[in-house]
Design a protein around this ligand. Structure first.
Ligand code: ADP
Length: 395
């Protein structure tokens, strides 16, 4: 019998849920299990599934039965018990914001935790929840190495002009600049492209991460050159419930004429807009595709229009495009959105192969297309496990 591998735990904590994954602490970071505790703050429910998708554990708690700290301890003890003889030797966390300081993953100590806490004002809806499991593990298992993996880090090598807003210098100096997000997904896609299309991986790519949150990233030579999300994750593309880029004059008008305060505007631009707001039906692409309501069609048309326009902008930032890669829930699964986006990119020299696109997976452009189009599934948990593995001492 080969010795049991050590394990890396991956945490992705949000306001009401903690997603987690368990990977082998070996160079292939093989997935062993993944799961989620949902309903934190309400009636928490836990599900753990095997790598193959079979349900391994289900549990529920009464209302208020579990906070983020207790949930973290529960997840860790379940992970430790999943494979006899194997134990968790390191924990990687998805942390949305690394500010200007963290351009790479970092081992967490008290000073790092303090620095990450100081970034809470830059991402008040996400950062505090990302940090909660870190604190819980530091208190509960202080010897367990923890690593913070950032959504912003991949973009930190962009030229300074790309990261700047046209604001007075004092405000830019305070950190009001473009950061960009979804960096773990983009870095994973670049690493996959190196394996499946090495020549393209080093060329000029636009990666379209189209999920509930959606953004595009221009990548040259494997590095981020520009991206559509900015100071926050509400910028850029239209999303499930977020506006994406909006004339700031609209916000001023709403505050002035509708008496909206900060929280009301926040709710509007993060939770009530996007596909949900325009369709008046749902934020979920599957529901909109299945609907015959013209408002659903209009929401999808606007979603696609914004993607096509932003691809044009990123093509300019790159000075040309060699490949377009679709990923995340919509990008990986919705052939119709891919076809509509590619039709809008015909002027760039992109020719879609309809049959390949309907099949999905791999290259979906024609053999003669000047620009290649690909579908590549993302795996942010695996990227976090990989980054964590690099920074922990043994394994
Ligand atoms: P998140 O940003 O929450 O991780 P996902 O990457 O899971 O989001 O993407 C969720 C989106 O993917 C939803 O709009 C959903 O409708 C869409 N999606 C998932 N599967 C399909 C499918 N088979 N066809 C069309 N859209 C899909």
């Amino acid at each position: 019998m080969p010795p049991k591998a050590d394990l890396i735990a991956v945490f992705n904590a949000g306001s009401s849920s903690i997603k987690f994954a368990l990977c082998a602490a070996s160079p292939d970071e093989a997935l062993r299990a993944r799961g989620e505790i949902e309903g934190l703050g309400a009636e928490p429910r836990l599900t753990v599934r095997s790598a193959g998708g079979a349900t391994l554990i289900e549990r529920a708690w009464p209302a208020g039965g579990l906070d983020h700290h207790a949930a973290t301890r529960t997840i860790l003890s379940i992970m430790d018990g999943l494979e006899a003889g194997a134990s968790v030797v390191g924990v990687g966390h998805r942390v949305v914001h690394g500010g200007t300081r963290y351009a790479a993953p970092v081992r967490i100590d008290a000073a790092v935790l303090q620095a990450l806490t100081e970034l809470v004002p830059l991402a008040p809806l996400h950062q505090p929840h990302n940090l909660a499991p870190i604190r819980a593990i530091a208190a509960h298992a202080p010897a367990l190495p923890q690593v913070a993996c950032f959504d912003t880090a991949f973009h930190r090598g962009q030229a300074s002009v790309v990261q700047a807003f046209a604001l007075p210098r004092a405000l830019s100096g305070e950190g009001i600049r473009r950061y960009g997000f979804h960096g773990l997904s983009y870095e994973y896609i670049v690493s996959r492209m190196r394996e499946i299309a090495p020549a393209l991986a080093g060329a000029r790519l636009i990666i379209a991460h189209l999920g509930n949150g959606a953004s595009l990233c221009a990548v040259a030579g494997g590095r981020s050159v520009a991206t559509t999300m900015g100071f926050t994750a509400v910028d850029g593309l239209m999303m499930g419930t977020r506006t994406g880029t909006i004339d700031p004059g609209v916000i001023l008008y709403l505050m002035d004429r509708h008496g909206m305060d900060v929280r009301a505007v926040e709710n509007l631009i993060y939770r009530e807009s996007g596909l949900l707001g325009v369709s008046g039906i749902a934020s979920d692409m599957r529901t909109l595709r299945a609907s015959s309501d013209p408002n659903a069609a209009e929401a999808i048309a606007l979603f696609v229009h914004r993607i096509v326009c932003e691809i044009g902008s990123l093509a300019a930032a790159l000075g040309g495009v060699d490949g377009l890669v679709f990923t995340a829930g919509i990008g990986e699964n919705d052939a119709a959105t891919r076809a509509e986006v590619c039709a809008g990119c015909a002027w760039l020299g992109l020719a879609l192969d309809g049959a390949r696109n309907r099949k999905g997976g791999g290259r979906i452009s024609t053999d003669g297309s000047r620009i290649e189009a690909w579908v590549v599934p993302t795996d942010e948990e695996r990227m976090i496990a990989r980054q964590t593995l690099r920074l922990i001492p043994q394994a």
